[in-house]
Design a protein around this ligand. Structure first.
Ligand code: AMP
Ligand code: GLY
Length: 424
């Protein structure tokens, strides 16, 4: 089998490494991929994740048997529709279903209509109306750009002043371009956050093992928001009773709602949840695997990933076993010092064989055969063990086997999860 994976980060590297476990897989092409995954896939840096016409031509020319569209942008642009029309079966939602992530106003209205628990909210296309609403609503309050904004379109404002500044920058200064034409202003919720990725074929939903992201740059959840500095799975705050409740109040109703709207969702639907004092609520939906959640979830998957992915495409998920191991995983992201603001790149990366085996590379490039840093988040190392403390210790040991100038990482990935385990 010849496979194609669209995307080029650590998430895609984790997907590729897992797909390779199937002996029927002969070759995997990554569009564009990155220099750090060259041992696992044939990278095609000339074709970017958003270049759908080129992707389709490539897939047809290389007789691709199955394609995986991993990032949000190509999904929202209709990559799955285009590949499917060209006769290439794909993993991922079509454009009509990807709107669940591409428009926050759509997803909020969906939840309201189908009574899926989420924060109270109002949607605005008129800036003055948004500003007046903020005068009448107490802070803290949350301002979200409607469209895709590289995960940066959310401002949790501690004061009305800050919320108004966020509205102005989105609607007047257009810092997120067209994504800020509409904004959603919503109630501030509290409680532990849980990421639940799920496989779905549009009818059946199978949640994967839960996980916990660490979005802030600094230890103790301080500093700027990032694309994720590390993850652990499972998430100890997510008890079996809560999982059962989420299945009945959130997961099944969401899949049924999308079907009822004529937008059946196939692929991986990501539920970003907050366990509030009044029960689990949806913070966000993503129409794809999370990054860096995938780097801890897929290493715990015991079933063959390609078989499960096929089942989401052909509608046979109910008859397909999806099993996870009972262990724990921890991923520590090694970033360039200064990320997510300014950082230098181009530094050579060296790794022990053991670290390389457990590495999912995101921001690295091959320059004359030498792997060098090329992004803010350079790579993640993932360890799997019987217990969470052992997985954390092992991930940090692996991280010591990776060297590059200006290497920066959080030292407390999994700490909050461990405290929850102790309380429980
Ligand atoms: P998102 O990009 O939608 O995941 O939002 C980024 C982060 O903002 C989330 O992971 C939460 O920590 C926070 N957040 C989003 N919505 C809310 C809310 N309604 N209340 C409190 N925090 C929120
Ligand atoms: N880790 C959050 C995301 O993938 O959006």
């Amino acid at each position: 089998m010849k496979l194609l994976v669209i995307g080029g980060g650590g998430r895609e590297h984790a997907i590729i490494k897992k797909l390779k476990e199937n002996p029927a897989v002969e070759v995997i092409y990554a569009l564009p991929g990155n220099g750090g995954m060259a041992a696992d896939a044939i990278c095609v840096p000339e074709i970017g994740a958003k270049e759908i016409d080129k992707q389709v031509k490539f897939a047809v020319a290389h007789s691709i048997d199955y394609a995986v569209v991993a990032p949000d942008d190509p999904l929202a642009l209709g990559a799955v529709d285009a590949l499917t029309a060209a006769g290439v079966p794909c993993f991922g939602p079509n454009k009509a279903a990807a709107i669940i992530e591409a428009s926050k106003a759509f997803s909020k209205d969906l939840m309201k209509k189908y009574r899926i628990p989420t924060a109270q909210y109002e949607t605005f296309t008129d800036m003055d109306a948004a500003l007046r609403y903020l005068d009448a609503s107490p802070a803290p309050i949350v301002v979200k750009a409607d469209g895709l904004a590289l995960g940066k379109g959310v401002v949790v404002a501690q004061t009305t002043q800050e919320a108004k500044a966020a509205v102005r920058s989105m609607m007047e200064d257009k810092v997120f371009g067209a994504s800020g034409t509409k904004v959603v202003i919503e109630e501030f919720l509290t409680g532990p956050e849980v990421s639940v990725l799920s496989f779905t074929d549009g009818e059946t939903v199978v949640p994967m093992v839960s996980s916990m992201d660490h979005k802030r740059a600094g230890d103790g959840d301080t500093g700027a928001n990032t694309g994720g500095m590390g993850t652990v799975a499972p998430n100890p705050f997510y008890t079996p009773a809560i999982a059962q409740e989420c299945m009945e109040t959130i997961f099944k109703p969401t899949i049924a709602a999308m079907k009822a709207e004529g937008r059946p969702f196939k692929g991986c639907l990501y539920f970003g949840l907050m366990l509030t004092p009044s029960g689990p609520k949806v913070i966000e939906y993503n129409c794809r695997f999370g990054d860096p959640e995938t780097q801890v979830v897929l290493p715990l998957l015991k079933s063959d990933l390609l078989t499960v992915m096929h089942a989401t495409t052909d509608g046979s998920l109910a008859q397909t076993p999806v099993e996870f191991s009972t262990g724990s995983a921890c991923c520590v992201v090694l970033a360039s010092k200064g990320y997510p603001a300014k950082y230098d790149k181009g530094f050579p990366i060296t790794m022990t064989g053991e670290a390389a085996e457990h590495a999912y590379v995101a921001g690295a490039a091959l320059h004359d055969g030498v792997l060098v840093t090329s992004g803010g988040r350079v790579l993640g190392v993932t360890a799997v063990s019987d217990t969470l403390p052992a997985a954390i210790t092992e991930a940090y040991r692996l991280a010591e086997g990776v060297h590059f100038e200006n290497k920066y990482f959080r030292t407390d990935i999994g700490k909050r999860a461990l405290s929850a385990q102790k309380e429980g």
